[in-house]
Design a protein around this ligand. Structure first.
Ligand SMILES: Nc1ncnc2c1ncn2[C@@H]1O[C@H](COP(=O)(O)OP(=O)(O)OP(=O)(O)O)[C@@H](O)[C@H]1O
Ligand SMILES: [Mg+2]
Length: 370
């Protein structure tokens, strides 16, 4: 590693609860992915987090315990990233930790990410920034998505419009117009992998549908697809953001009451089609939808069946993995929070108000000193 480069660590634990992603990156003279690490989330912790994501009893005590456990897990992820890659700790300026979202209620003006940053700072000896979303909300925004500013800084292309598509638990897009005068937009299109993960877990006790193979063995059921599409969220215009409060196994099972004779694999194929259709619909309705490049990132970029559905819903689009533009698809979100940490320390803004709906650009994050 270049001894002179200032390094930032980014930590992302997304709605899928698949793992904690940790990256070490530098931004000078250009974006460089120095090291990566995946920290597994122990099963018991995963279960307690999942329970906390929907309303239930004695949430404050349970949240307090999980806040500590996640703080420790995030610190461990950072220390593993540093130690197993022989990184020089003293060159790391800050850790940017997104935290684990356990409730996202933009309609009520609050969002909650936990994973105590005091513990991360204490156990790593590195200044830690967290709580990136709430200042945007205080300014009237959704607190999400926050990645568009990073996408713009790293991936703006003055020759061609770009749409960045992140398929995580939820799916979100960022529209980057080639013309810098035009507004950037970004929002959640709806579910990414979350319903497919929930369904395969319920039916086959698997964490996710590897490469979309199970979905590929089924047939899309159009009646079910239309019924799922009835939800108001899909019709709403941006800015908008969503989470597990809306898209979860209970919602799916309620919808399935009227479809008792569909094979489980057909349901999985239909859920993949729902993700692809709603992404394509948003691109058609809310971007100019002409001569653009679609760059895909997030875990869903590995789901071949989903990508095939996306290609057939957007037949004229030039679709590629974000790797080709210089940012690895699996590490985009973690890298974004390393960048947001840098912006915070430099006193620079981190949101794009056209994307979040805030009344202006704001410096995001709370600093916990080393
Ligand atoms: N090989 C694969 N085949 C199919 N799906 C995959 C594969 N690898 C990962 N995934 C999907 O990607 C999901 C994880 O994606 P990712 O980590 O981007 O989402 P996330 O943790 O919810 O993050 P965020 O909320 O920031 O978008 C897994 O739960 C799984 O559904
Ligand atoms: Mg993840």
């Amino acid at each position: 590693m270049d001894n002179q480069a200032t390094v930032y660590v980014g930590l992302m634990s997304g709605t899928s609860l698949d793992s904690v992603d940790a990256v070490a990156v530098s931004f000078e003279p250009k974006f460089t992915l120095i090291a990566t690490h995946t920290e597994a989330i122990p099963d018991q912790l995963k279960q307690s987090i999942t329970r906390l994501m929907l309303p239930g009893d004695n949430e404050i005590d349970r949240m307090g315990e999980i806040d500590i456990q996640l703080g420790q897990l995030f610190a461990k992820a950072t220390n593993q990233l540093i130690n197993s890659n022989n990184l020089n700790r003293s060159k790391i300026k800050a850790v940017g930790s997104h935290g684990q979202t356990v409730r996202h209620r933009p309609e009520l003006g609050f969002t909650l990410q936990i994973g105590d940053a005091n513990i991360i700072a204490e156990q790593t000896g590195i200044t830690t920034i967290t709580d990136f979303r709430r200042r945007d909300m205080a300014a009237g925004g959704q607190g999400a998505p926050l990645v568009p500013a990073f996408h713009h800084a790293m991936l703006h292309n003055s020759a061609k419009d770009r749409v960045l598509l992140n398929i995580g638990g939820m799916a979100n897009i960022t529209y980057l117009p080639s013309n810098p005068e035009k507004p950037i937009s970004g929002f959640d299109t709806g579910p990414g992998n979350i319903l497919m993960d929930a369904w395969i877990n319920d039916q086959r006790q698997l964490g996710y549908d590897k490469d979309g193979a199970w979905a590929a063995s089924g047939k899309i059921n159009n009646d079910l697809l239309f019924s799922l599409l009835e939800l108001d969220y899909f019709q709403e215009a941006p800015p908008k953001s969503t989470g597990r409060e809306q898209f979860n196994l209970n919602w799916l099972k309620q919808k399935l009451h009227n479809f008792s004779d569909i094979h489980p694999e057909d349901i999985q194929a239909t859920l993949a089609a729902l993700t692809a259709y709603t992404i394509a619909d948003c691109i058609k309705r809310f971007t100019p939808y002409s001569d653009f490049e679609l760059l895909v990132c997030g875990g869903g970029s590995h789901n071949q069946f989903l990508l095939q559905q996306l290609r057939s819903a957007l037949p004229t689009a030039d679709i590629a993995n974000s790797d080709i533009a210089g940012i690895a698809a699996d590490w985009m979100e973690a890298a974004a929070f390393a960048w947001l940490a840098m912006r915070c320390l430099e006193g620079k803004t981190g949101n794009i108000s056209d994307a979040t709906g805030a009344s202006g650009e704001r410096i995001l994050g709370a600093i916990y000193q080393a």
